[in-house]
Design a protein around this ligand. Structure first.
Ligand code: HEM
Length: 443
């Protein structure tokens, strides 16, 4: 067996290696690696090495070997101080134990209720815009997706129940995410995070208490978590209920906000395709009509636009694993302790998979063309056992936002040079200012 070491990308500094570039502009780093070495190369992140992979075959190995030769929670340890031991930060055993609860939360039958919550919150947002004005879509999506999550998971009284305090504390926790520094350093942002967790715990224990005392009055995420046991028959503690809710918010909030904002932005940047979307909306969702699961399923052009956004502007562009047992990738054997990085940017722009990969062309997903149909070609929602449980939730939410927005408003894009802002949780666009005018409901 060969023990060839994967080739290393050019650049990098003594001691830190490529860590600074990884934090500042990982897309350029990965593109350079791909140009220099193709679909497998390594980078140095401080004392550790990481292998960056591209393409469906390697991606498949990445996802199918997770929880076997590859360990998932190690790479996401920096999330643990913020969200506790849940979902992707939990050990394999704990994750397996919690998994039935995830399946229960996202059971197909619950989706109609979630879509109704999306409908109400998106319409509230649109109503708040008035007849005309200017709005930053990037910022608006961050707020809107919080409200959708609040209504979908906590119920119609989420605003009073969670209160503004909750979202402020949630922001303090999100802002403290740091994949590089040890999470217990005595830094102000980590202190704020710890204080925020204490305040959120207070809010949460009241929510849980009310549902314990009056179980028949509620039907929401907390009641699911109170009433359904884990795999081993045990029920979650109050602390774990809070962690799971926070973990779901983290997994679903900035990711969806970023991709929803990019979906709208890319449509506005491509008026020819927007015309097709607008036609679809005019036919299937005339002014005044509401959206539901059945209508969502009829929207082809919006669905392809969302898929093209996932391809070109993935919120979760980097996914991490740690090698737990030596793993063979092509002609290389990757040693224990190395990291593996599945990067969407390179996989999603392979010319042998996607025609003119840099071009925005949602019709590539139409039945006539069906590009990227290998389940590991597009990895914006992950793959295998840990594939995003909230994917349908997110896609439905993006559809509700896009369809109601273009049903009721004409938009003009004002911002130029909109860039990807690299976040610790997820990527999102820089400010996207648009001028909007309410459509005439009779036209
Ligand atoms: C556009 C929006 C979203 C994107 C791009 C996204 C992306 C991802 C990705 C890439 C993973 C896999 C991570 C890995 O394998 O390392 C993942 C997992 C997950 N996502 Fe999402 N996500 C989105 C929305 C949501 C929403 C709305 C929720 C819930 C409300 C959610 C809940 C989860 C959960 C629970 C997991 C862990 C699944 C597991 O480990 O079994 N996501 N997501």
């Amino acid at each position: 067996m060969t023990t060839k070491t994967p080739p290393i990308v050019s650049g990098g500094y003594p001691v830190v290696g490529h860590a600074l570039e990884m934090m500042k502009d990982r897309e350029s780093l990965f593109k350079r690696g791909f140009r220099e070495h193709g679909d497998l190369f390594s980078i140095k992140l401080g004392p550790r090495y990481a292998v960056v992979i591209t393409g469906a075959d390697y991606n498949k190995q990445f996802y199918m070997q997770t929880d076997k030769e590859l360990n998932m929670q190690d790479g996401y340890q920096f999330l643990k101080a913020s969200f506790g031991e849940v979902l992707f930060t939990a050990s394999k055993e704990l994750y397996t134990n919690q998994r039935p609860l995830l399946q229960e939360i996202f059971r197909r039958e619950r989706m109609a209720g979630y879509i109704q919550a999306m409908n109400i919150e998106v319409q509230n947002w649109l109503d708040s815009l008035g007849e005309s004005g200017e709005v930053d879509i990037s910022a608006a999506m961050l707020k809107l997706t919080q409200f959708v999550a609040g209504r979908a998971f906590i119920g119609p009284h989420f605003e009073q129940e969670l209160g503004e305090v909750f979202w402020q504390q949630y922001d303090a926790i999100s802002n403290a995410l740091d994949p590089v520094l040890p999470p217990n350093l005595p830094l102000p942002k980590f202190r704020r995070r710890d204080r925020a967790r204490i305040k959120i715990r207070e809010v949460f224990s009241q929510l849980v208490q009310k549902r314990r005392e009056n179980p028949s009055e509620y039907e929401d995420l907390i009641t699911i978590l109170l009433n359904y046991p884990m795999k081993d028959g045990e029920f979650l503690s109050d602390e774990m209920i809070m962690n799971l809710f926070m973990g779901l918010l983290f997994a679903g909030h900035e990711t969806t906000a970023g991709q929803a904002a990019w979906t709208i932005t890319l449509l506005l940047q491509h008026p020819e395709y927007l015309k097709l979307v607008q036609q679809e909306i005019n036919e299937k969702l005339p002014f005044g009509s509401e959206i539901d699961g059945r209508k969502i399923a009829e929207f082809n052009h919006i669905a392809w636009a969302i898929d093209e956004t996932t391809r070109l502007r993935p919120s979760a562009d980097v996914q991490l694993r740690t090698v737990e047992e030596p793993i063979r990738l092509g002609e290389y054997e990757i040693p224990v302790g190395w990291q593996l990085i599945a990067n969407a940017a390179n996989s999603h722009t392979l010319p042998e998979v996607f025609t003119d990969p840099a071009v925005y062309d949602p019709l590539r997903f139409s039945p006539e063309r069906k590009e990227g149909k290998n389940p590991f070609a597009i990895v914006g929602f992950g793959g295998g056992m840990h594939k995003c449980t909230g994917m349908n939730f997110a896609k439905n939410e993006m559809t509700v936002i896009t369809s109601l927005l273009f049903q009721q408003f004409d938009l003009e894009l004002l911002s130029e040079d909109i860039r990807v802002i690299q976040g610790n949780g997820a990527n999102h666009p820089s400010p996207v200012w648009v001028r909007y005018t309410k459509k005439d409901s009779k036209s």
